[in-house]
Design a protein around this ligand. Structure first.
Ligand code: BGC
Length: 349
């Protein structure tokens, strides 16, 4: 079968290769791949800034944003041929740590977790893949054209649950959320903010293209320029750019008792001048909380499914700005100015 592979640690090694059919040790469910979403992590993997091959191999099958159709599944697995499925990305560490021991592998304590298409496990960027029933999530057939958004949505579903957990440390009635960065992660964060009845504000540097309208269509307000110009102090900020100067600004403009969730993975070596004394002073005197959030466990994937089911499908479809067939996979890896989510079609259509 064909698969998009990289050699972790070797820049620009991405290739479309013929590889053996997926190993039964990957799981008892055999899936025919339909689509693969591309995200910033894939670009980091391709440029060799991140990523690990499975033990004993120097190649890694790329891809962690999946969508596929079950071809074979054991009886009593809860799945049957024809089911639309996505694959959970992370697997618990073998120790396991206290978090992995209870299925909260997204909170792994010892870093020995593995991830499909990222860390020591082949991903979903191949014509077939296999998965264990407990790491497969069945989707309603109506999600066929947007189900590939499940992985990023799961990451945001987790972030929102953790924001609520922190908020509930005391009486809490948030009104406003600011999201920095209007990529797929930021726009899905905005969708979930709107679904929670919050006043949604999204800040990005682009003034044109589809992003402003997507935010307006959620009932939100689109901003460009510095965070200080938004004109209010948000109750919640979800930072999705990973850009150090934006992070610094959001810490500065968070409301009292406010919660800042850092959801963007930054590149290294971004130096900014910060007065940590003043930051600490206001964080303490105003009960502000800043926390990071990554990945998602099964519970969050189920919440992501609920969010996508409730969302306006037409709006979700507009997040997928391009779909490229497998033989044009390299086009999907070239960034274009109006791209939001780019998807590779793996089923040859
Ligand atoms: C993925 C997460 C993963 C993280 C770190 C992100 O792009 O969405 O599932 O945990 O990268 O590897």
């Amino acid at each position: 079968m064909k698969a998009i592979t990289i050699i972790p640690g070797k820049p620009n090694s991405a290739a479309l290769e013929n590889v053996p059919e997926p190993d039964p040790s990957d799981g008892t469910i055999l899936v025919r791949a339909l689509e693969l979403g591309i995200c910033g992590t894939d670009f980091e993997l391709i440029s060799a800034d991140y990523g690990w091959a499975p033990p004993g191999s120097d190649h890694l099958v790329l891809g962690h944003e999946s969508l596929g159709r079950v071809e074979q599944a054991p009886q009593n697995s809860g799945f049957k041929p024809g089911d639309l499925v996505v694959g959970i990305v992370r697997r618990p560490d073998p120790v396991p740590c206290i978090a992995c021991a209870v299925g909260e592998f997204d909170m792994c304590r010892n870093g020995q977790y593995t991830e499909r298409g990222i860390k020591e496990r082949n991903g979903f960027g191949s014509e077939h893949w296999r998965i264990e029933p407990e790491y497969a999530v069945r989707l309603d057939p109506s999600l066929r054209d947007v189900g590939v958004l499940m992985e990023p949505a799961s990451v945001l579903a987790k972030a929102w649950i953790h924001i609520s957990c922190i908020g509930e440390r005391a009486e809490w009635k948030p009104n406003t959320v600011l999201i920095t960065g209007a990529g797929p992660i930021g726009l899905l964060a905005a969708l979930m903010g709107a679904q929670r009845g919050l006043e949604v504000h999204v800040l990005d540097r682009v003034t044109g293209g589809p992003k402003p309208q997507l935010v307006h269509d959620l009932g939100g307000t689109y901003h460009t320029g510095p965070v200080k110009d938004i004109g209010f102090a948000p109750d919640i900020v979800i930072e999705c750019t990973g850009v150090a100067s934006v992070i610094a600004e959001t810490i500065d403009h968070l409301g009292n008792d406010g919660i800042l969730c850092l959801a963007g993975v930054s590149s290294h070596n971004q130096q900014v001048d910060l007065d940590l004394g003043t930051i600490n002073r206001s964080m303490v005197l105003e009960n502000r909380a800043v926390f990071g959030s990554v990945n998602a466990n099964r519970k969050h994937w189920e919440k992501a499914k609920e969010a996508l089911m409730k969302a306006d499908r037409q709006w979700l479809r507009r997040l997928i700005s391009r779909k490229e067939p497998l033989d044009k996979w390299q086009e999907a890896l070239k960034r274009r100015p109006d791209d939001i989510k780019v998807v590779i079609e793996l089923d040859g259509q």
